[in-house]
Ligand binder design. Structure first.
Ligand SMILES: [Zn+2]
Length: 259
């Protein structure tokens, strides 16, 4: 595994997606396995109860859960049978103190206002009064977690990238790429197609579980990856899981005229 870690709002997902597609890397955003992991973990205390104990306590609770999830992530990546090709894993669960076995990793830490903006945007998408009530507590916890990443990274000589309120995304993407170094990609053709399909199917499963759990009338479109198998293809197709399934029945998903 190689990792992009750090707090919400730092652009991890977008950057990881771009890097993975340009470099033919398997993409593994932990978000896509949230519900699958819930089924494989001991019952968790409600987040609101952790937050009620204060930001330090909530941060400790987050780290405890993150450790459990890291084991599951390692098993999930193993299951993808990637050989020597590292999966590009993206999520806030890895901390520098847990990353001794991870060859390449970088942490993106957003400006606090940026984290607030992203959390507000996510809340605006769903009718979630409980989420609204947790917002301030979550932001205080995020700040504690970001400080831990900074401290642990400094102690261990790991790379941290601070993301300002108005980021230069091209420069940040380049900095991430430099921090991770050169990485071997998937074999173009069948293998690259197969891994992109695996990622697309994971997005369908997660999307449907999220829809059921949050009681959403419909899902926002997800950017499914082109499954053409051409090296460096970054084309995506924004669609719902049902639309994706209908296209999938016709073979690999080809999403642009160049395919
Ligand atoms: Zn393509």
């Amino acid at each position: 595994m190689v990792w992009i870690g750090g707090a919400p709002g730092a652009g991890k997902s977008t950057i990881a997606r771009g890097l993975a597609r340009r470099g033919d890397l398997p993409l593994h955003p932990i978000d896509l396995w949230t519900y699958a992991h819930l089924d494989r973990m001991p019952p968790l205390r409600p987040l609101a109860e952790d937050l009620a104990e204060g930001p330090e306590y909530a941060a400790d609770a987050f780290v405890r859960i993150a450790r459990l999830r890291l084991e599951l992530v390692a098993a999930d990546v193993q299951e993808r049978s990637l050989g020597d090709v590292p999966a590009l894993v993206e999520g806030p669960q890895l901390f520098p103190s847990m990353a001794d076995g991870v060859a390449a990793a970088v942490w993106l830490l957003p400006d606090a206002e940026q984290t607030r903006r992203v959390r507000e945007e996510r809340l605006a998408r769903a009718n979630d009064p409980a989420g609204r009530a947790r917002l301030e507590g979550l932001l205080a916890r995020d700040a504690v977690l970001a400080d831990r990443v900074r401290r642990e990274a400094a102690e261990r000589g790991r790379a941290v990238i601070e993301v300002p309120a108005e980021p230069d995304w091209a420069a940040i993407t380049q900095a991430v790429e430099d921090a991770l170094g050169p990485l071997p990609g998937l074999q173009p053709g069948e293998e690259l197609s197969r891994q992109r399909r695996y990622e697309n199917l994971a997005a369908c499963v997660q999307g449907r579980l999220w829809q059921a759990d949050a009681g959403l009338a419909e899902l926002p479109p997800y950017p499914f990856a082109c499954e053409c198998g051409s090296s460096g293809c970054t084309a995506t197709w924004s669609a719902t899981p049902d639309e994706y399934d209908a296209r999938r029945d016709q073979g690999w998903l080809m999403t642009h005229s160049a395919c």
